[in-house]
Design a binder for this molecule. Structure first.
Ligand SMILES: C[S@@+](CC[C@H](N)C(=O)[O-])C[C@H]1O[C@@H](n2cnc3c(N)ncnc32)[C@H](O)[C@@H]1O
Length: 386
């Protein structure tokens, strides 16, 4: 467990600093921020904790070799010389991901095939039987990144399925936001769990679940399994200890988390989702138009900070709908009903955002999947008219 490993945590553009803070919190060393990635050093215990506890990493990669090759044959030979038995049984299954942004090799598909051949040929020679390929649920996911002219970083993916798959999502409402993005935006908005949190247009409830797990210190990975659990050297007692330590840190949510949506189906989906995520005890749900929603009462601490984090529709589906008018109403509602709150809106409709009609104090560019969006902050001072 104590060998020092080189780790890479891919993430979404814009979330690198939030993720670096999370990785430091785990106690990893030499934490560095790259483009859509954070790197660090840690042990296998760090890997277990990272998968279970990180909210803004997409995967946890363990770098097992780095080298430069001049051609495909050299790559094959190098990959075949690596001892794969640590990560895979002869009767296991694998898949290979290849990233080659500089296009050093002609064809990433071919390189993935070559890597797979190098691994399975090693097993065939040693054991007379060879692992197969499984695209959906492989026992081992190998990650090959070509960083320059034949410079190659070889990693194993300890997560298996991407970490945004928390295990709580079934049916989704309209345009659900990625779980990792939701967790990152909440943290960029300053949410630590020690504030009131409202999502008045909650859709399938992603912000609410991510906020509730954060507030309760519930590890986001509790509901799922990870790639490393299928490796032959998986240390179950060590992982159980990591899991138990994380469970011991769970606390009640100290302040209200309120979600609402105008659409009854969205509220029903969210209700089922918060139950699956086991945070139903701390998320309050209502069906209401934003204009009709009353802020939650906070009896225990009237001075606590209050946040709205929400993702309004980007366009209107109804023929009668006027998206700019709708955002104007959002602005009016914020001004008249939500004084004392800090509101953060993520939207990919800049013209509509202008119609909110309030002065924004920050505008952060973010990608919502393939869509360019802005995460916009409004301070709704008590008594302020603008
Ligand atoms: C883009 S979706 C939110 C997606 C959500 N962030 C998620 O991850 O699933 C926008 C939501 O706003 C809701 N909505 C539209 N108009 C509304 C209004 N006036 N009041 C409250 N909710 C509204 C829609 O029903 C929809 O569920």
């Amino acid at each position: 467990m104590s060998d020092s490993l080189t780790l890479a945590f891919p993430t979404l553009a814009g979330l690198e600093d939030v993720l670096a803070a999370e990785v430091r919190e785990l106690g990893a060393e030499d934490v560095e921020v790259g483009r859509r990635v954070v790197t660090a050093r840690g042990t296998m215990e760090t890997v277990y904790r990272a998968n279970l506890e990180l909210r803004t990493a997409l995967r946890v990669l363990i770098n097992i070799d780095s080298f430069t090759v001049n051609n495909e044959q050299e790559l094959y030979d190098r990959l075949r010389a690596n001892n794969w038995r640590k990560y895979l049984l002869p009767e296991g299954t694998l898949i290979v991901d290849v990233v080659d942004p500089g296009r050093w090799f002609r064809n990433t598909h071919f390189i993935a095939q070559l890597t797979k051949d190098a691994v399975v040929d090693q097993f065939r020679d040693k054991y007379g039987t060879r692992p197969g390929v499984d695209k959906d649920a492989p026992d081992l996911r190998i990650h090959l990144r070509i960083t320059g002219r034949g410079e190659t970083l070889l990693s194993v993916d300890s997560s298996g399925d991407g970490l945004h798959r928390r295990g709580y999502r079934r049916r989704t409402g309209e345009a659900p936001i990625n779980e990792v993005l939701a967790a990152g935006l909440l943290q960029m908005a300053g949410y630590t769990g020690d504030q009131v949190l409202v999502d008045p247009m909650c859709g399938s409830g992603t912000f609410l679940v991510e906020a509730a797990t954060l507030a309760t210190r519930r590890p986001p990975g509790l509901l799922r399994e990870f790639g490393f659990q299928r490796w032959p050297d998986f240390d179950l007692p060590a992982y159980s200890a990591v899991r138990q330590a994380a469970l011991d840190r769970i606390r009640p949510a100290p302040y209200p988390i309120l979600g609402s949506d105008i659409d009854g189906l969205a509220v029903a989906v969210t209700r089922a989702t918060v139950e699956r995520a086991k945070v139903d005890g701390c998320v309050e749900l209502r069906q209401a138009a934003f204009g009709e929603l009353a802020p939650p009462s906070v009896r225990n601490d009237p001075d606590v900070a209050r946040l709205i984090v929400t993702n309004p529709p980007y366009e209107m589906r109804m023929e009668t709908g006027d998206i700019e008018g709708f955002y104007r109403e959002i602005g009016d509602t914020l001004k008249s009903n939500w004084a004392g709150y800090t509101a953060w809106l993520i939207s990919a409709n800049p013209a509509a955002v202008k119609s909110v009609g309030l002065r924004s104090s920050r505008k952060i560019p973010v990608m919502n999947g393939p869509v360019e969006a802005r995460f916009v902050k409004y301070e709704l001072y008590r008594g302020s008219k603008d």
